[in-house]
Design a protein. Structure first.
Length: 231
């Protein structure tokens, strides 16, 4: 893999910009050059896009993002998502400015809807961010050999206090695979996953996720929600 391929394409212009500013600062003074180098290093780190190993057993739903689960809550999805009025589990993953911000598909399926909504920029770790913040939502019809094929889940990219730009490459009609790239959020954000009705999560609040790797739920299992404790 080429070094440039390790960074998400959306970040490459920023990396060049930060490096150019650092070079200019170096012409002014040594201390400013050091500051420029530190900021450039952080920019490189932020836009990193490490390879992930995605489990491929039919029916698994994986995390769409790196970060910590800040909330698991049964809710009725907002009408704008088009997911009906049946309560379903919403898993909220908070991405701080040091997490990988590349977003990945949570399951195999077909993108049936893509909906953008302008909004505010509250701290993405707050509950109200799910309703009030700027977001981009996609609806995914599940595919594969498991009992919930044909049901839909929602995954939402939510801007945060610092984030001002959501990139979503998914389009209606796209047939996608779990773990595949579909976007990125700059800088610090949140991802919400609305599981199909009745499906229980296999993760807990406070647990750290790896996008494209950590299993959130299993459509082929009737296992109850797991109980966890920190040790």
């Amino acid at each position: 893999m080429n070094l440039i391929d390790y960074f998400h394409p959306a970040g490459r212009p920023f990396i060049v910009l930060f490096a150019a500013v650092a070079a200019v600062l170096g012409l002014v003074s040594g201390p400013l050059f050091v500051i420029g180098l530190v900021l450039t290093a952080w920019c490189l780190y932020f836009f990193r896009d490490p390879k992930r190993v995605t489990p491929t057993r039919p029916g698994l739903i994986v995390s769409p993002a790196d970060g910590k689960i800040v909330m698991i809550k049964e809710v009725v999805p907002e009408a704008g998502l088009g997911l009906g009025d049946a309560p379903r589990i919403r898993i909220s993953i908070f991405l701080n400015v040091f997490d990988v911000h590349v977003n990945r598909m949570p399951a195999d399926g077909i993108v049936t809807a893509r909906r953008y909504r302008a909004g505010k920029f509250f701290n993405a770790s707050l509950d109200k961010a799910s309703e009030d913040n700027e977001r981009m939502a996609i609806v995914l019809r599940l595919a594969g050999e498991h009992p919930r094929t044909g049901q839909e889940l929602g995954v939402v990219q939510i801007a945060g206090l610092i984030a001002r730009r959501i990139v979503c490459d998914a389009r209606e009609g796209d047939r996608v695979k779990a773990g595949a790239h579909y976007g990125i959020i700059r800088f610090g954000s949140r991802a919400d996953v609305y599981l199909p009705p009745g499906l229980q999560p296999l993760v807990a609040v406070g647990q750290y996720m790896l996008g494209g790797e950590t299993v959130l739920a299993d459509c082929a299992s009737n296992e109850a929600a797991r109980q966890w404790e920190k040790r």
